[in-house]
Design a protein around this ligand. Structure first.
Ligand code: ROI
Length: 163
């Protein structure tokens, strides 16, 4: 049994509804349970500036699926929410599900890198992650609270709890 963390983000087609619907869909993944999920956070867009604000959240899962298979399930949920992959990399999206952490495992392939390579720089990931797992230590990176403090000191991105 592996504990995994998934980041959710949307800024199109009623983003709060997209994120809530995706959170519900996580429980439909085979051999997987959603143990906990964060509040919804509103954040200014990172990347292309002329796009709507995002709604972000993080979920804690318990799974028996291998990482690659879990990723495929997450991509399936993105697809049913109208996500078109290959659209602009830093542009708006109806739903983005990122596998942030998969146990203590470090993986690097073309398809999947965990821990997520930009996790430590993104307040819209660290705020919700700290809410649901404040004592989490990320192997090689440190505790999530220190990462969040460092991010907050640097960050110009605004991010606040919405719901
Ligand atoms: N910006 C914010 N605030 N939240 C996201 O989830 C998000 N996702 C992305 C890019 C375009 C990098 N910007 C984002 O993929």
């Amino acid at each position: 049994m592996i504990r995994a963390y998934v980041g959710l983000g949307s800024n199109l087609n009623d983003p709060a509804r997209q994120v809530k619907s995706a959170l519900a869909a996580l429980n439909g993944i085979p051999e997987t349970r959603c143990l906990r999920y964060s509040s919804l956070y509103r954040s200014a867009p990172l990347g292309q500036a002329d796009q709507p604000d995002y709604i972000n959240a993080v979920a804690m899962l318990e799974t028996h699926l291998p990482a690659q298979q879990l990723l495929s399930e997450l991509q399936g949920i993105e697809r049913i929410h109208g996500r078109v992959r290959g659209a602009e990399r830093w542009g708006p999206r109806t739903l983005d599900l990122d596998l942030l952490l998969y146990g203590d495992m470090r993986l690097e392939s073309e398809e999947l890198t965990v821990p997520h390579p930009r996790l430590a720089e993104r307040s819209f990931v660290l705020y919700p992650l700290c809410e649901i797992a404040p004592d989490l230590e990320i192997y090689g990176l440190g505790g999530v609270q220190q990462l969040m403090a460092a991010c907050r000191a640097r960050d110009t991105l605004s991010c606040g709890v919405l719901v």
